[in-house]
Design a binder for this molecule. Structure first.
Ligand code: NAD
Length: 507
């Protein structure tokens, strides 16, 4: 299948390599797609460069760019179920969740269409009658947009929509595991009139095509969402040519529950926080930090409910969550659990593949609760990215000491993506929220976000307040234009070249 898009043409990989995509829920074949070579990636970067340097897109009036983004949003509405089906087959996630994702994606395209249309720049008063001074926005250039597999089209839309809104060209590389909605998007962009070479699509392994996309001198910006290890590699790759970069990396997100919380609400949300999409969510609340005095009540109830969670494939109406993305990922999650048990954690439920032959063909992992965890454990420090909840406790001699203890645990991580605090004491909730070194903090809630609010990590969770969630700033350069309408000599240096002999003698 011709599924690489380079300079407006759909083609196969230059060495005819392919990859078979299988549904993680049952191993069934979803499709066979080209596996790009490094040369294909070079071709895509060059096409994006040509389209930027020569093409009409960077100079296309902002309202026209906005109109195109709105047409994409309309197509998402019209083809919602088909897009959701593609996403569910690639990821194994429930169809209803993919439908919700498509609604979010539509909102992202409309949000950035509005921002593109509102693009104005500003005039700076020089105080001089013959001089005008203005600040204008220009696109950055060629963008490499590299996305993960957990929310494939949503992550992609957070990059593609602002990149296009600001007038850039791009090479998109979705995760090699989940290519189909990226193919859909690039096809729709072409059908809706995006000029050739503005959107280019490269499918394939990061290790093969990634270096070109992150090192090539024709790339101006790299926006990456994925794991912290890959993020470090990309940051180093982009350094020699000083590219703009944005990194949305992992998280190890604390969910802090005080004894004065609304406990039923906290428990119910703690389940969603960690087990939604089987924990394959960057902001997953995988680290429960609970006040010692309510530990037993909270954890007993969590375990009882976690054991009842129904697993199943995308189109199983009874399923509440789905499989992990791959066999390799399941082995990684199992490794974290095994390490934690060796280090003294207590397994309260789950811990491996669920019982039942209906799960044999997929990469399922039972919802898992590890009690009596400590900050030193690898499972607490690193992102397992699976349905694994670690439980730590805190206590203090008085209320202030308890807050200090909770904050110290919750901030003891290299990450800083998200977290939550549960307390019916509004003052305490606000105090703790302010002290948590995480980019998003929910009070008495977990997971909701709105386009237009910011999303981004502190510490090693990322760089740049998410390219894509809030404004267009990261996708455009800001230029100051000074226009003197009465040019005159600056007068700093004497004009000796044009001076008469007499003037030169005078000095
Ligand atoms: P990953 O880092 O393995 O891969 C992400 C993307 O990078 C893929 O497209 C991959 O092919 C590509 N890649 C791999 N090596 C590369 C290289 N050397 N150069 C360029 N590209 C390369 O991550 P993943 O397993 O696909 O996704 C899971 C991770 O994503 C988790 O750590 C999760 O926390 C993170 N994530 C973060 C956010 C956020 O908003 N902060 C959102 C979603 C996922």
């Amino acid at each position: 299948m011709n599924a690489l898009l380079i300079d407006g043409k759909w083609r196969d990989a230059s060495d005819a390599g392919t990859r078979t995509i299988r549904c993680p829920a049952d191993g069934s074949e979803v499709g066979v797609v080209p596996e790009a070579t490094a040369q294909d990636a070079v071709d895509a970067v060059r096409a994006a460069r040509r389209a930027f340097d020569q093409g009409p897109w960077p100079g296309t009036p902002a309202p026209e760019r906005a109109a195109l983004l709105r047409r994409v949003a309309d197509r998402l509405v019209a083809e919602k179920d088909e897009v959701a089906r593609l996403e569910s087959l690639d990821t194994g996630k429930r169809f209803v969740e993919s439908q919700i994702d498509v609604d979010d994606i539509e909102g992202v395209f409309r949000h950035f269409a509005d921002l593109a249309a509102a693009d104005a720049g500003r005039v700076v008063d020089t105080g001089m009658p013959d001089v005008s001074s203005r600040v204008v926005h220009e696109p950055v250039g060629v963008c490499s947009l590299i996305t993960p597999w957990n929310y494939p089209l949503l992550q992609t839309s957070w990059k593609v929509a602002p990149a296009l809104a600001a007038g850039n060209t791009f090479v998109l590389k979705p995760s090699e595991l989940t290519p189909h909605t990226a193919i859909w998007l690039c096809r729709v962009l072409a059908e809706e009139g995006l000029p050739d070479g503005v959107a280019n699509l490269i499918l394939g392994a990061g290790a093969v095509v990634g270096p070109t996309l992150t090192e090539h001198e024709d790339v101006d910006l790299v926006s990456f969402t994925g794991g912290v290890v890959t993020g470090r590699t990309i940051m180093a790759a982009a350094a020699p040519t000083v590219k703009r970069i944005a990194l949305e990396l992992g998280g190890k997100n604390p969910n802090v529950v005080f004894a004065d919380a609304d406990i039923p609400a906290a428990i119910d949300n703690a389940l969603t926080a960690v087990f939604l999409d089987s924990g394959q969510v960057c902001s997953a609340g995988a680290r429960l930090v609970v006040e010692e005095s309510i530990h037993d009540r909270v954890v007993d109830e969590l375990v009882a409910r976690a054991e009842q969670i129904r697993l199943g494939g995308p189109f199983d109406d009874d399923a509440e969550t789905g499989p992990l993305i791959s066999e390799q990922h399941r082995a990684k999650v199992a490794g974290y659990v095994a390490d934690a048990l060796e280090d003294g954690a207590v397994l309260r439920c789950g811990g491996g593949a669920p019982d039942g032959e209906e799960y044999d063909a997929g990469w399922y992992f039972a919802p898992t609760v590890l009690d009596h965890c400590t900050r030193e454990m690898r499972c607490v420090r690193e992102e397992s990215f699976g349905p694994v909840l670690t439980v730590e406790t805190f206590s203090g001699a008085d209320a202030d000491a308890a807050e200090d203890a909770a904050v110290a645990i919750a901030n003891d991580t290299i990450y800083g993506l998200a977290g939550a605090v549960w307390s019916e004491n509004a003052g305490r909730a606000e105090r703790v929220a302010q002290r948590l070194r995480h980019g998003t903090v929910w009070i008495n809630d977990y997971h909701p976000y709105v386009p237009g609010a910011e999303w981004g990590g502190f510490k090693q969770s990322g760089i740049g307040r998410e390219l894509g969630h809030a404004g267009l700033e990261e996708y455009r350069e800001t230029k100051h234009i000074w226009h003197n309408t009465r040019p005159a000599p600056a007068g700093w240096f004497a004009d000796r070249a044009n001076a008469t002999d007499a003037e030169r003698e005078q000095g």
